[in-house]
Write a new protein. Structure first.
Lengths: 657, 254
């Protein structure tokens, strides 16, 4: 079932070789070929714009009111590229190597190498579009460092890199809309893939304003619908982020790969109460200067500032002297959980640790005083100087923290806790980004291919734009070249009729339940099961229990959910119900996948498989494969394995001590 | 920081769809934590309405971290509520006290018709961008990113304008419902960069023409837009837009 179609030849020439030999579509034929793009984040907007520029007839869909709102916009830190502008030894190979290693040797070599190759083109393209990246006084582009690497390769626009890249792609997209090459359908949600003779031929979408179902034909369908972190209810994802498009594709035959690989980000603002609707990330860059600690005494109720130095446990520095506070995300998250579970957590919930800037403020203050020649500066003056420096570097993040918590992080340490942030798993795709359904593609976070079991910081933006700007324009042509003989299919075709009926039946079924519990309450319960049993640490017993609980929850949902309002109008509860129903099914598969993988790797930590000092214990002999699940019916999946071959890189144990 | 709980009276605009007339409905919410965000307080209200068998209030929201620009509530007479440089989703309930009455309306502007309750149609902003808010460069045409050094001040000012989140608070705050701050932010973002130079004149003329077509009002330099902007987009962008427009209008070749 799985053929990754990796080109033969040496790793570094595979992509050039592919581009040199893939089929092309001539301009006159491109005008006759229709492409559907679902989702308009970095991957979707860049793909829709690039395909429109090539002359294809593109229809793009998003559930928000404008393509500019997609959740790529919230990415803070930056985008990696192997430019080596800093002359610090970076190269395509090093970016490739860091990404494979960071992913704990569970990603596909050929895809990751291609990603590294095109990374430099992304920066050039974005600059040409007018993305205002940070610059040095000489007018050249600036770089910063990020976790998991030893070079400075991250390009950024203050703490709003995702916003600026998305606006660039959005503007390119709107230009194609103005030129008539792309038709934009905002406030639309894809609810089914239409397949004819085994090929993806279109979608059923719901107009979220009128509630009407629409049929749309395409010679190919591109899913750029993002990740599924909201299965945990609380995550750093946007409220609307959902798995529905990918899940519909999965149920129509597309294999779902490594669903249990989720990234828990270590520095997020902790949950403040039951009312919490989402979690907010504080950029990884804060770990550059902040020190993470908990009290040495359990259940210590003193204020942080009242706890003397010798009674603080800087546990990351203690456990990982070599990397200290800069260990990778998965390691930092687990260490925080370990301390809180052991009773050392802080704050009213006890589910938080301190991220302290007091030392950094002093250090910067002394440097600043030195620069200004103020040898006799008092402690207060040094602190005041230090605060100015910290403000210049991290001001917007500190402000955001204060807005949310009401606490001033310049005076008291921030409280942070890990939160679900990104999903490495997704629809299985081959080298051409095609799923196991011909004509159906998955780009960006919606696919599984590049980040293995753990994603490095500043690599999500890179992958989304690589897929959309530089990969799909070639690989889609290779498929569509054989489609020029196929005229557009009328949407009165029985396949469209059936697909629309299935969607309509499901919506009517949901609306007719008229139960007692709100959609939100089900989503919260699902999230709790997932977080407790398939979150930062998993074990066999818990996962088996979770599967039973989710199956029971599904039954309860379909017999007791209450959705007010009508079908043929704007109905935000119905929108949510459609999504939560799919999250429930996905949750079960995630647990099954986590149960199957009897090892710990990257973001997947099985408590049974750890080294004596609590580190992840990989099993390369048993599990160096992609777990691709084929949907077979309610609660039933078949596992297909894609063996991962490391021809260039030799997998080793990750060690940060 | 001391946390507290409060009971509130909410006067919320309810409107079934764009074809029906709307009006205010009054609701009580109890035991609201000062730690909640304003939208989480609305989540509580909506759960309450659902349990009472009523339709929840429709409102736009997505990222809930102040960057997507989707949330758009007019709270006690101010777009995004009482806090400075803030979006509705980042407004927290400690801004209110027990017993307060809070009035919540949608953005009001001819160019932003109400779709339902607090949800409005802002696609007019997309059409303004379609008129010229971009640089015409196809994928693959780019030269090396460092081939074109850009003066740091210009790059920083361009970025400050490009921070606009397209929420429309500027329009909602303006007595004339003018979109000048939004439009000027995009014109400034691109005019300050050398990449934007080739289309500099046609861009500003076409975008202004589209803005007028959409039914936005005229700018009278009152500055309500700047005062309400969650990203603190400066009024100087409007001055730059006017200069750009004038120079483009006066020059012979477009």
């Amino acid at each position: 079932m799985l053929n990754a179609k990796i080109p033969t030849g040496p790793l570094e020439s595979k992509w050039a070789e592919y581009k040199g030999h893939c089929k092309l579509v001539n301009p006159a034929n491109k005008r006759k070929l229709e492409v559907i793009v679902v989702g308009t984040g970095l991957a979707g907007a860049s793909a829709a714009a690039s395909l429109g520029e090539l002359g294809y007839k593109v229809k793009a869909f998003c559930f928000q009111d404008s393509p500019r709102r997609a959740h790529s916009i919230a990415a803070q830190g930056g985008i990696n590229a192997a430019k080596n502008y800093q002359n610090d030894g970076d190269s395509v190979f090093r970016l490739f190597y860091d990404t494979i290693k960071g992913g704990d040797y569970r990603a596909r070599e050929a895809n990751v190498h291609r990603l590294s190759e095109v990374s430099a083109n992304i920066i050039d393209q974005c600059v040409a579009q007018g993305v205002p990246f940070a610059r040095e006084y000489g007018g050249l582009l600036s770089n910063r460092s990020f976790g998991g690497t030893q070079v400075q390769r991250t390009f950024y626009a203050a703490g709003q890199t995702g916003q600026q890249l998305l606006i660039g792609a959005y503007q390119a997209l709107e230009r194609q809309v103005a030129l008539g090459n792309v038709t934009m359908y905002s406030r639309h949600e894809m609810l089914e893939v239409v397949t004819i003779d085994g090929k993806a031929r279109g979608i059923i979408a719901r107009d979220l304003v009128s509630g009407k179902l629409e049929r749309h034909f395409g010679h190919a369908v591109l899913l750029c619908s993002g990740g599924y972190g909201n299965v945990f209810y609380l995550s750093t994802n946007a409220m609307g982020s959902n798995v529905t498009a990918a899940w519909k594709a999965h149920k129509k035959g597309a294999a779902f790969a490594n669903p249990c690989f989720t990234q828990i980000h270590p520095t997020c603002i902790p949950v403040s109460g039951d009312h919490q609707s989402k979690l907010t990330l504080m950029s990884e860059s804060l770990r550059n200067d902040g020190r993470i600690w908990v009290p040495k005494k359990q259940n210590d109720t003193r204020k942080a500032t009242d706890i003397p130095e010798e009674e603080r446990d800087y546990y990351l520095e203690r456990r990982y002297p070599a990397f200290g506070n800069l260990v990778p995300r998965d390691v930092a998250s687990r260490a925080a959980k370990e301390r809180c579970d052991a009773g050392y957590g802080v704050g009213s919930s006890k589910q938080a640790v301190y991220l302290d800037y007091a030392d950094a403020i002093l250090r910067y203050g002394k440097i600043e005083a030195g620069k200004q020649g103020r040898v006799n500066a008092s402690q207060e003056e040094i602190i005041a100087l230090g605060k100015e420096v910290v403000k210049a570097k991290y001001g917007n993040l500190f402000d955001m923290y204060e807005k949310i918590t009401g606490e001033n992080p310049y005076e008291v340490p921030m409280r942070i806790y890990p939160a679900v942030h990104y999903t490495m798993g997704g629809l299985w795709v081959d080298y051409e980004l095609q799923t196991t359904v011909p004509g159906l593609y998955a780009l960006g976070e919606a696919n599984f291919s590049d980040h293995g079991a753990n994603r490095l910081g500043a690599s999500a933006l890179m992958q989304g734009l690589a897929d959309g700007y530089f990969v799909i324009p070639y690989t889609l042509g290779n498929y569509l070249a054989d489609e020029i003989y196929n005229k557009s299919i009328e949407t009165s075709h029985p396949a469209f009729e059936q697909a629309e009926k299935a969607v309509s039946d499901r919506i009517h079924q949901l609306m007719s339940i008229k139960g007692k519990q709100s959609v939100e309450s089900f989503h919260k319960r699902l999230g709790k099961i997932m977080w407790d049993k398939c979150g930062m640490a998993r074990n066999k017993e818990g996962l088996e229990q979770a599967i039973k609980e989710i199956q029971a929850l599904k039954k309860e949902f379909w017999s007791d959910v209450r959705i007010p309002g009508e079908i043929n109008e704007m109905n935000t509860e119905l929108d949510k119900a459609n999504r939560v129903a799919d999250f429930i099914e996905l949750g079960e598969l995630m647990c099954i996948d986590a149960l199957n993988r009897n090892e710990s790797c990257g973001g997947h930590f099985r408590e049974e498989f750890q080294t004596p000092d609590g580190e992840a214990l990989r099993d390369d002999a048993g599990y160096m494969y992609v777990a691709a699940w084929e949907f077979k019916g309610e609660h039933q999946w078949d596992l297909h394995k894609e063996t991962l071959n490391y021809d260039v890189i030799k997998p080793t144990q990750r060690n940060y001590k | 920081m001391e946390h507290y709980h409060m009971n509130l009276n909410l006067k919320v605009w309810r409107q079934k769809n764009s074809n029906t007339k709307g009006d205010f409905k009054t609701y009580q919410v109890k035991n609201i934590s000062s730690e909640m965000s304003f939208l989480e307080m609305f989540d509580v209200l909506n759960e309450q309405l659902i349990s009472e068998g009523e339709e929840p209030v429709a409102f736009d929201h997505d990222c809930r971290e102040g960057i997507c620009g989707m949330c758009s509530m007019y709270i006690n007479g101010k777009p995004h509520g009482p806090w400075q440089a803030n979006t509705t989703c980042q407004l927290h309930m400690r801004a209110f006290k027990d017993g307060d009455t809070i009035v919540v309306e949608p953005w009001r502007a001819n160019a932003f018709p109400v779709i339902k309750d607090l949800t409005v149609d802002r696609t007019s902003f997309d059409r303004i961008i379609q008129a010229g808010g971009y640089i015409s460069v196809n994928t693959g045409n780019a030269v090396d990113g460092n081939a074109l050094p850009i003066n740091k001040d210009n790059a920083d000012n361009s970025f400050a304008a490009a921070m606009c989140i397209g929420c429309g608070a500027c329009v909602a705050a303006c007595k004339n419902s003018s979109a000048m701050l939004f439009l000027s932010a995009k014109v400034s973002h691109l005019a300050l960069l050398p990449q934007g130079e080739p289309e500099r004149k046609t861009r500003v003329l076409n975008m202004v023409a589209q803005m007028d077509k959409e039914g936005f009002g005229a700018c009278t330099n009152t500055g309500a837009c700047e005062a309400t902007c969650p990203k603190e987009i400066s009024l100087t962008n409007i001055a730059r837009l006017n200069a750009e427009y004038l120079s483009a209008s006066l020059s012979a070749e477009k």
